[in-house]
Write a protein that binds this ligand. Structure first.
Ligand code: FES
Length: 683
């Protein structure tokens, strides 16, 4: 399917979902009550349906007379004999009232309208029987079935049907670790795939008893002729109709093992009596044997046993039972139940995902406004900005190692680690080094931001947290990498947890927080290193990291080469899970290395777009009007993280952990690329 058509189908699916979704939920929820009617009705309508032992049944005519006396003034239209005669006998009248009779004592157990009680009400609602025009009702229920089945479910399946087998497995897998809209879409699609089959079945099976043409289609597909019209009497005899007990006995003689018998009394003088019987061991509750009887002679005019009826009739009846959840026993009922439960999930995820796409700023932004309260200089090139809430809303709490996004300009968002100690509850402290090759962030903060200015910031995020149970922490900072390390040291010092801080800078004059870290209480815990050459640094790190103190964790932040060297050196004796790194600059390979062109497909629309060698995925998609929210555009902040459904990624970011990279189910499209020809993104 081409992109334009897919987009149109998606739009129609979305709007029918938003408008008809409620109707769909209404039909499904009311139908759900009926699915469990078999188990619940004996419990909830115990007084009407439970009959204490009944050995000798009264004649049916006596029971009908008793019911008539209880509810005079209306014609008896139908009699239901339950439990093969030993259960309640329900006498229904033309005004839809039903009188429940004890079959042995003839006492009235109660009276209930056809659409009364819990199940009668649910059925009335489900079948829109409160609309007093059967043509309108059938039109609405039938049209609804078709619209819902073809437009909503069919459209959804069409739009999201994965492009390949591997992608199908991936698309049908729930991945709770995804975040934001990617998670909503994943949940919507996986729930939709599982639920659509159930609901599609319900909608399609409802059509067979709503539309005569659908019933005819079932018979035609089964290769069976349509049943002949009901037989009718040639003339009305002078004799009175036979006793109903006689008719019942003749029916029971034809179907000796009948569990339920329903006798429809003639409406017109020449109509036959129509009797339905369902045997105890019937394959399903709609496996009806039909008997047409002459009401005046009791002669059987036509006998249609279910077992020998046509394939078309069996299919039609089976589909009716399937629709009512009466096939497959309790597992079949639970399948329908799960299908209905999925509806609110589909509704929520569909609407939430739409709103997030439509109003990304409102949904994603933390909306924090901070006032620059104080700016101080730590070194000639490093300024510390103290930010306080610019509104009455207090700033969210901070954990050591956290960073925040700072929106400097409309298109300029940068991440800065917080230096906060445990006592800094009402402010955020960030230290910013003016980088000579700044891409705009540090220069703008140094040159354009003054005390009193209001900045938009994000809520703190932390993927550089302290290991909570480690008995010792080794903190390594290079240059401005001291910022999250300082926060860690301050918290560990306050907690009394064992730690050591090794701080590498070019000179004392360029060492931020030198005064603070030289305090007497930190003596013996902080070691400063100035102007170590690469060889000296390597030798020192080899000595420092050659043995890991039992249970210790290592944390490193600083310039990229420094961090790479620490990680490389630690790899010999520190397990990967005990080494934590906070990157604030891109992997040098992020924009280098082979940059072969490839294609990305958007799972949502099926649109496929080329990504040339000189463009990132974000840039290539933006050229086609597909926006992905970004901040650093260097693969370090995680803002652009996107679900990956298929294809092999070439991860070039500094954000994902090794385990996340191996899972191959998300990608940072601001830098990462593909190892093959195609990536399918969860967008
Ligand atoms: Fe920051 Fe992609 S925008 S990782």
């Amino acid at each position: 399917m081409n992109t334009a058509l897919r987009t149109t189908v998606l739009r129609v699916h979305r709007w029918t979902g938003l408008t008809l979704g409620l109707l769909f939920a209404y039909v499904a929820l009311t139908g759900l009550g009926m699915v469990f009617q078999r188990q619940l009705q004996p419990l909830l309508e115990h007084d009407l349906r439970e009959v204490s032992s009944c050995a000798a049944r009264l004649p049916l005519d006596t029971l009908v007379d008793g019911a008539r006396a209880f509810h005079p003034g209306s014609r008896v239209s139908q009699i239901e004999v339950l439990g093969g005669g030993s259960g309640t006998t329900i006498v229904r009248f033309a005004d839809k009232e039903g009188v429940y009779m004890h079959p042995c004592s003839g006492t009235v157990l109660g009276q209930q309208h056809r659409w009364g009680g819990l199940f009668g009400t649910l059925e009335q609602l489900h079948r829109l029987k409160f609309i007093d025009n059967s043509d309108v009702t059938e039109l609405i229920t039938g049209t609804t079935s078709i619209v819902l089945a073809l437009v909503m479910i069919g459209g959804g399946l069409l739009v999201w049907w994965p492009p390949g087998l591997k992608a199908l497995r991936s698309a049908a897998t729930l991945r709770p670790h995804l975040k934001g809209r990617a998670f909503l879409l994943n949940l919507h699609r996986t729930t939709g795939l599982y639920v659509a089959l159930v609901l599609l079945m319900s909608a399609l099976t409802s059509m067979t008893f709503t539309f005569p043409w659908a019933r005819q289609a079932v018979f035609s597909l089964a290769g069976s002729p349509m049943p002949p019209p009901k037989p009718a009497l040639e003339s009305k005899p002078a004799a009175a109709p036979m006793a109903m007990e006689t008719l019942l006995k003749r029916a029971l003689a034809s179907v000796p093992d009948a569990d339920q018998v329903m006798i429809q009394l003639p409406r017109k003088p020449l109509d036959a009596v129509e009797i339905y019987a369902v045997e105890r061991d019937a394959p399903h509750p709609n496996a009806r044997t039909t008997i047409y009887m002459d009401p005046y002679t009791g002669d059987v005019m036509r006998f249609e046993p279910y077992a020998t009826s046509s394939a078309g009739n069996k299919a039609y009846r089976w589909l009716a039972s399937l629709h009512m959840g009466q096939i497959g026993g309790v597992p079949g009922q639970l399948l329908l139940f799960a299908g209905v439960l999925g509806l609110p999930v589909l509704g929520y995820t569909g609407i939430a995902s739409y709103l997030r796409r439509r109003f990304p700023a409102r949904a994603e932004a933390s909306g924090l406004k901070a006032r620059v309260n104080r700016i101080s200089s730590e070194t000639p090139g490093i300024k510390v900005f103290e930010l306080v809430s610019a509104t009455s809303t207090p700033l969210p709490a901070v954990s050591p190692g956290a960073h925040i996004d700072v929106r400097i300009d409309e298109d300029l968002v940068r991440q800065y680690s917080l230096c906060n100690g445990p006592e800094d509850r009402d402010k955020y402290l960030i230290a910013v080094k003016r980088e000579p090759d700044s891409r705009g962030g540090s220069r703008a903060l140094h040159e354009r931001v003054s005390e009193g200015d209001i900045l938009s910031i994000g809520a703190p995020r932390n993927h550089f947290a302290l290991a909570p149970d480690a008995p010792h922490h080794l903190l390594l900072a290079g240059g401005i990498g001291i910022t999250p390390i300082l926060a860690m040291a301050r918290h560990l010092q306050a907690d009394g947890t064992s730690f050591a801080l090794q701080y590498f800078t070019r000179s004392v004059g360029e060492t931020a927080f030198h005064g603070f870290l030289s305090r007497p209480e930190l003596r013996g815990k902080v070691v400063f290193h100035y102007a170590l050459d690469p060889h000296g640094l390597r030798l020192y790190l080899q000595r420092l990291l050659q043995e890991r103190p039992p249970g210790a964790h290592l944390y490193v932040c600083g310039p990229r080469p420094f961090m790479d060297l620490v990680e490389e050196t630690a790899a010999a004796s520190w397990p990967a899970e005990a080494v934590h790194a906070e990157y604030f600059s891109a992997d040098p390979m992020a924009f280098a290395g082979p940059r072969a062109p490839f294609e990305v497909m958007l799972a949502l629309t099926g649109g496929t777009y080329p990504v040339p060698g000189d463009k990132t995925i974000v840039e290539a998609l933006a050229a086609h009007g597909v926006e992905i929210q970004t901040a650093c555009e260097q693969g370090v902040c995680g803002t652009c993280i996107t679900g990956l459904l298929d294809g092999v990624p070439d991860h070039r970011d500094a954000y994902l952990s090794e385990a996340e990279r191996r899972a191959c189910d998300k990608i940072l499209p601001c830098v990462s690329r593909a190892r093959g020809k195609l990536l399918v993104l969860d967008l």
